[in-house]
Structures are given as structure tokens and as C-alpha cells.
Design a protein around this ligand. Structure first.
Ligand code: MIC
Ligand code: SF4
Length: 757
């Protein structure tokens, strides 16, 4: 079945004229990113050349995807807009709430029982508003989107930062908070800061042990977790076209880890093959008919320096397999240097568990390459030293790899196959013994490795690698094993070497699946009742946030000055907290519990300025709220890095934090804060971070003349009577200032909906 073919044909029918108009407006050849962006302008045909990194532009995305952990809040917001049906094709995917413990089937059954209320809510609200619903077990959002919905040249948004995965099929796919998704579903435009463009030329060809994952691990090492902020990364060159479509998906997927707005590749044969293999020959034919518009202009790729803001080159022929980590995805170590790095940093070298799969690296090709190593275990008389797990990305992949005997081979090396869901990648891993908090090493092919992310243990060191390297390291049980040069001792005491992995890009006998897990919405959803029980612990209807009081903010207190890395996992932890994603008050009890307090180096321990006592962050904030006192959160660089979860913005909003003042923000989080009516500010002078003291009373000056481009003033009144007046920058445009004034974007949409009624 091809979903929304008419929509795709419409996009393609418009594209040639829109690309031509953009070429004229810009007066030069175009990158692929520009072709897609300019053919999705809200206003239609391009008339202007928007300044990259400066102008906010309104777009009209073709579709929206949501996963269950973020869809709850997105749809609770949509439910308040007064719309009858979503304005663009949208889907919900149940993948984040399934705990990996024993194995796929029983874990899935347990999740279905435990999350019944939430699944019923999502299924009925999807039915009501015309949203496609993918049941628990169907697979992880990004794989399901790649297999069914992504199309070259399209533009989509999704309430998950790894929505960018669809760039593997030549899309501009962008992760957003639920409030952004809500706008688009409500038929409004979607605003984005015109991204800068990073071009990466891939030279040569992958070979041996190196895989597409190593490209992005290398890029993460080069650009760091901030390097892609407000930029689209466009890959091109012979190395790009010689790689599989799912391999491209892996590279785009992990582009979220460098903060990139998204990543993409031009349409090529590999994409056509993938579309055909996934039952979408019609889409491939339609794309073929306009293929020159689905890739960058030849002049651009011939002279990239002229057209991109930054250009890099990676030679795939000499690229080494990498291991990135621990605790941050940009700490890249080529495998040949791991012995040294591990010794120097005192990383435990015994690998306890190897985990493959997740929304990235769970393609047929990935699994077939990993299985080629698993087969060598018996053949070479080896024994797998570490535990080994697989999370297939979709039921279609799982069914097909079972049919082709891969799961059988994995089970021979003692592997556990978890449900087709996020599982260990998002802390939904009931790992035996994790509560003992022992220092240990795991390797996985997922994309994130922040502290506590996988098993909740702050002392688990997680390293990210390709599925084939993870498999090899699990067999060896040793982080420093370099399969290119090192031998293993088998059960008979002989020295053996692993052959490099080999695999199939696509299944020879095609993909197969019995029940993909899709539920189409009712043709007329108007009678569907969406049930949210008033005493529910997991779902809570939203109330409108209050509007700005119309004055400068005075007498605010410092809630926390966060030190160092403060990702969305630190601000609103996942794992056990995922169950409260539909209940704002309950999930607020995790607010900032992972952030490190600058003044005592502790997590979840801040000074309550009303009592002088130290206590947990959420409880302290609730005390300020009860006293009617607003607060400020101060943070370091790239604050809010990681997830798209808007809970990280809604919780502080709900509990009465007024300002988040940091050295720099991650893109999605900054937008989420603005959407919820918060003040997201940055230190004009980063060193002023040092001036903020624990007992400060804080003032924000300039709000009555809050204007785009004009900094605000912050006055820090210190306990000793002295004070500092510092400047705070902001990136609010007029519309975003209106959100702030109204108390949040939703208040603005709601008043428009009521006005229209
Ligand atoms: C993640 O990978 O961190 C998640 C869980 O998929 C998140 C979404 C979420 O927090 O629900 C993301 O990346 O946006
Ligand atoms: Fe799920 Fe992990 Fe992918 Fe996020 S990164 S969508 S948690 S598998």
C-alpha cells in the first residue's frame, strides 16, 4: 500500500516551477536543501532570497509524525484548538513506552497491559482527528516512516529529534516540539530560522569493517554536539551515491547529535531501489520523472565552497571504524586508538553488553552484516563473551530477518530479541543489576549515550559504534579489540581472526510482513469520544497558561545554576518518567533532577531561598510557586541538547520558572521554550555566567519594549547588597514576542480558532 500518493504527486507537480522560481530569486544554482525549502514556502512561489541564519521563514510541511511519548502532549494541545481534523497527513507511532526486559513478545504484552489507558487515548484521538495510528509492536517511528511515508523532495516535521532519519530518502525532515506539530496539524504555517548549509563531500567507497555509521561518528567528532546548530547538512559525492538508502538514513539520523536542523542526500539509484523494495514503485517512478529537482545542481557539487557556508570532505576509502563515547556522542575514537584511549581514561574494557538495532541501524543491511559475524562464532569455535541484544526497527524488518534465518543465527550466540521499539535506547531497559550502579561498559549502535540514558545507571559507560563493530566487540567481550588487526582465542585455544562483515542491501526475496500494525482512522471521526479520566495518573487535560503581566519581572530567585552538560535528559528524564508524558503535573516532578548544581556539584539539590535549606529541584520550585515567586534557571552551553520533548519546556512553565538564561541553546529546546511563553535568553557576554550567585534576586528589564534584535537587561542583586547589570540577548521575532505576551503560542492559536468560529 502506498500512503498519500496523491500528495506526493502534487508536491512533484509543483516542484519544477517552484525550483525555477527559487533559482531566479536567488540568482544562482541551488543546493538540494534549498530546492526543498523553497518549494515548501507557505506563501507558495519564492520571491525573495532569505538570509541563512537570520530570517525566520514560514513553511508548509507535507506531513507530521509523532511518537507516543511526545504525541500525548502534542495531541492534548491539538485537542484544545477547536479543529475537526488534521490539516496535513499525520501519524502516531507507539514505540517509546515498551520496556525491554525478557524478550519481544512477553515485553510487548506487558506494555500493552501497562499502558492501556495511554494507547486507548492515542488510538481514539487519532481516530477522531484523522491520524494514522501505528500500534505498539509495529516499530519505531523513524523506521516506519522511512518504510512507508518518506519521499524524495518532501518536507516533514516530527515530534522527535530523530525525525531527521528520513533525510536518507532525500527529504527535509525536522524534529520539533509538540506545539509546532500542533500548529501544522491545525493548518497553520510552520516557522523556521532559515538554516545555514553545511556541505559534506563523501569521496571513495566504504569497505571492510567501515559502515555508514562511521561516517556520522566521524562527523560528530569533527563538528561536536553543537557544530550543526541551525544548519542543514547536505551530503554529496560518489561516496554518497554508492551507499545504501538505509545507510544514508543512519547518517541523517545521528545528525541530531551534532545539533543539525536536519541532514539530507540527493535522490539516487539507492533510494529508487529502496522505494521499490518497500512497495512504492509508483513513488520511485514519480521521483524519476523529476529527478533533476531532487538533488543539488551540478554546479553546486562541483564548487561547493561557493554555495555552502561550510564544506568538509571525508574519504570513505580510508575511514576507520569509530567508537564514540562515553557520555557524549561526539567523543570519537578510531578503533585503532581505543587501546590507548581506554588506558588513558581508565575506561573499563570488559564489554558487558552489546546492543544493536533502534530507530537507526536496524535495517536489513545492518542486521545482515551483523549476522555474518554471528555466523563465524560457531564456525571458528568461538564463544560470545558479552550479552547481546537486538531491537528491530519495525515489524517488517523483524519478520523478514526471521524468515531469512538471521534471528535463528543470533539466538545461537545467545542473543535476546527485544520488541520492535525504542527499549534500551531510551532507558526502557529493565537491566538486571543496574540498581547496583556498578561501573561498567556497554557498546551499542544507537545514537545517544548520555549518562543514565540506557539503564539508569550513572556509572554505565556507553560507546556508540556500527552494528557490525558492536557485534564484534560483543563476541570479543573487549572494548579495545580491533577486528581489523587483532586475533581472538577460540575455545580450543587457537588464534582466529574475524572476517570482515558482508551483507545484503535489501532482502533477495523481498520484504514480508503479516501484520504491520497499522490502524487507519475513521472516515468520520466526529462521533469519537476521547476519554481522559479526571483522576488519571497518566493523562491530564491542559489548562491555558497565564498571559504576561505586562511589566518587567522583579524579585525573581535563582532556582538552579546548572553546570556543564544539561541535555533534555537532565531537564526531563525519560526511562521511568515516560509514563507521565501525558500528565504535566506528574511529570513535572522530574524537572531538572539530572542537572548539576554549580554551587554544590550535586544533582537535584538546590537552595530554597525562602528557608535556606537544600532540597530537590521540583519540590523547591513548587515552594516558590506556592509563594507566588518566579524563578530563573541559568545554564551553560548547548542547553537543552538532545530530545525534542517539550516537557523540558512545559514543566518549568507549569511550575512557575520565568526565565532560562544560558550561554547557548540547542535549537528545538529554544523554540519549545518560546512556544510555551517562557523567556529563553542568552548571556551577551558568556563570562557573565560567573556573576550569578546562589542567593541572587533577579530582575528582567526591557520587557515593556521587547523588540526583535534588542537585548534585554538582567539585574543580579547579590546578597551582600552589591549588584550587576548584564545584557541578555534573545532571538525572538515579533510573532514569538506575541507568544510570550499571550502566555504561549497555543493561547494565540486558540484565540484565532475562536475568532474564526
Ligand atoms: C530520544 O531519542 O531522546 C527520544 C526519546 O526519541 C526523544 C523524544 C522524546 O523525548 O520523547 C527525541 O529524540 O526527541
Ligand atoms: Fe527511540 Fe532511541 Fe530512536 Fe529516540 S533515538 S526514537 S528513543 S530508538
Amino acid at each position: 500500500m502506498v500512503f498519500d500518493l496523491d500528495l506526493i504527486k502534487q508536491v512533484y507537480a509543483n516542484m519544477p516551477a517552484r525550483v525555477a522560481a527559487a533559482r531566479k530569486a536567488l540568482g544562482r544554482p541551488l543546493t538540494l536543501s534549498e530546492k526543498i525549502l523553497y518549494s515548501h514556502l507557505w506563501k507558495g512561489v519564492a520571491l525573495a532570497d532569505y538570509a541563512r541564519g537570520k530570517d525566520y521563514v514560514d513553511f508548509a510541511p507535507d506531513r507530521v509524525a509523532m511518537q507516543d511519548a511526545t504525541a500525548q502532549m502534542a495531541l492534548l494541545q491539538f485537542d484544545t484548538t477547536g479543529r475537526k481534523k488534521v490539516a496535513v497527513p499525520s501519524t502516531v507511532h507507539c514505540d517509546h513506552l515498551i520496556v525491554a526486559k525478557q524478550e519481544g513478545k512477553s515485553d510487548l504484552n506487558k506494555a500493552v497491559a501497562d499502558n492501556e489507558e495511554v494507547y486507548n487515548f492515542l488510538s481514539s484521538i487519532s481516530n477522531k482527528y484523522g491520524i494514522g495510528f501505528w500500534k505498539p509492536g509495529a516499530g519505531i517511528i523513524h523506521q516506519v516512516v522511512l518504510e512507508n511515508y518518506a519521499f524524495p523532495g518532501g518536507m516533514m516535521i516530527g515530534t522527535d529529534s530523530h525525525t531527521v532519519n528520513a533525510g536518507g530518502l532525500g527529504m527535509i525532515a525536522i524534529g520539533v516540539g509538540g506545539a509546532d506539530a500542533c500548529d501544522v496539524m491545525a493548518g497553520l504555517s510552520w516557522e523556521l530560522l532559515m538554516p545555514k548549509l553545511i556541505g559534506i563531500r563523501l569521496k571513495g567507497k566504504l569497505n571492510g569493517w567501515t559502515s555508514p555509521k562511521d561516517v556520522i561518528l566521524k562527523v560528530a567528532g569533527m563538528l561536536t554536539v553543537k557544530g550543526g546548530t541551525n544548519a542543514i547538512v547536505e551530503y554529496f559525492g560518489e561516496g554518497a551515491t554508492s551507499m545504501s538508502c538505509t545507510g544514508k538514513g543512519t547518517i541523517c539520523n545521528m545528525g541530531a547529535e551534532i545539533g543539525a536542523t536536519t541532514s539530507t542526500f540527493g535522490y539516487d539509484e539507492s533510494m529508487s531501489r529502496y522505494l521499490k523494495a518497500t512497495g512504492r514503485a509508483e513513488v520511485a517512478a514519480a521521483a524519476d520523472a523529476i529527478k533533476e529537482h531532487l538533488t543539488g545542481d551540478p554546479e553546486v557539487y562541483a564548487n561547493p565552497d561557493k554555495y555552502f557556508d561550510q564544506v568538509f570532505e571525508i574519504d570513505l576509502s580510508t575511514l576507520e571504524p569509530h567508537l564514540n563515547g562515553p557520555f557524549t556522542p561526539d567523543l570519537a575514537t578510531p578503533i585503532s586508538q581505543m587501546k590507548e584511549a581506554a588506558a588513558k581514561n581508565n575506561w573499563p574494557t570488559k564489554v558487558e553488553v552489546g546492543l544493536i538495532g533502534s530507530c537507526t541501524n536496524s535495517s536489513y543491511e545492518d542486521i545482515s552484516r551483523a549476522v555474518s559475524l554471528a555466523r563465524q562464532v560457531a564456525k571458528k569455535g568461538l564463544k560470545t563473551k558479552a550479552e547481546f541484544t537486538i531491537t528491530p526497527g519495525s515489524e517488517q524488518v523483524r519478520y523478514t530477518i526471521e524468515r531469512d534465518g538471521f534471528l535463528e543465527t543470533f539466538s545461537q550466540i545467545g542473543a535476546t530479541v527485544f520488541a520492535n521499539a525504542c527499549g534500551p535506547c531510551i532507558g526502557m531497559w529493565d537491566r538486571m543489576g543496574a540498581e547496583k550502579q556498578e561501573r561498567n561498559t556497554i557498546v551499542h549502535s544507537f545514537n545517544r549515550n548520555f549518562a543514565k540514558r540506557a539503564d539508569g545507571n550513572p556509572n554505565t559507560l556507553a560507546f556508540v559504534a556500527s552494528p557490525e563493530l558492536v557485534t564484534a566487540l560483543a563476541i570479543a567481550g573487549d572494548l579495545t579489540f580491533n577486528p581489523i588487526t587483532d586475533m581472538l582465542t577460540n575455545e580450543k585455544g587457537e588464534q582466529v581472526k574475524l572476517d570482515p562483515p558482508v551483507g545484503d542491501e535489501l532482502p533477495h526475496s523481498g520484504f514480508a510482513v503479516e501484520d504491520a500494525g497499522y490502524q487507519a482512522p475513521a472516515a468520520d471521526g466526529s462521533k469519537v469520544i476521547v476519554d481522559v479520566k479526571p483522576d488519571s495518573k497518566r493523562l491530564q487535560l491542559l489548562y491555558p497558561f497565564t498571559a504576561w503581566e505586562g511589566t518587567d519581572l522583579k524579585d525573581l530567585r535563582l532556582l538552579i545554576k546548572a553546570k556543564g552538560k544539561c541535555t533534555t535528559d537532565h531537564i526531563s528524564m525519560a526511562g521511568p518518567w515516560l509514563k507521565f508524558r501525558g500528565h504535566l503535573d506528574n511529570i513535572s516532578n522530574n524537572m531538572l533532577i539530572g542537572a548539576i548544581n554549580f554551587f554544590n556539584d550535586k544533582a537535584d539539590s538546590v537552595k530554597n531561598q525562602l528557608t535556606g535549606e537544600y532540597g530537590p529541584v521540583p519540590a523547591t520550585q513548587r515552594a516558590y510557586k506556592a509563594a507566588g515567586i518566579g524563578t530563573v534557571v541559568v545554564g551553560d552551553e548547548n542547553y537543552g541538547e538532545g530530545s525534542s520533548r517539550e516537557h523540558a519546556a512545559m514543566e518549568p512553565r507549569h511550575l512557575g520558572v520565568r526565565v532560562v538564561l544560558v550561554k547557548s541553546f540547542a535549537r528545538i529546546h529554544e523554540t519549545n521554550l518560546k512556544k510555551q511563553g517562557m523567556l529563553a535568553l542568552t548571556f551577551a557576554n558568556k563570562a557573565d555566567y560567573e556573576l550569578v550567585q546562589e542567593d541572587d534576586r533577579i530582575e528582567v528589564v526591557g520587557l515593556t519594549s521587547f523588540t526583535p534584535g534588542k537585548p534585554l537587561q538582567i539585574v543580579l542583586h547579590h546578597k551582600d547588597g552589591s549588584s550587576h547589570r548584564i545584557e541578555a540577548n534573545h532571538s525572538y521575532n515579533q510573532q514569538q514576542i506575541d507568544w510570550f505576551k499571550a502566555g504561549g503560542a497555543l493561547n494565540v492559536i486558540r484565540s484565532q480558532a475562536l475568532g474564526n468560529a
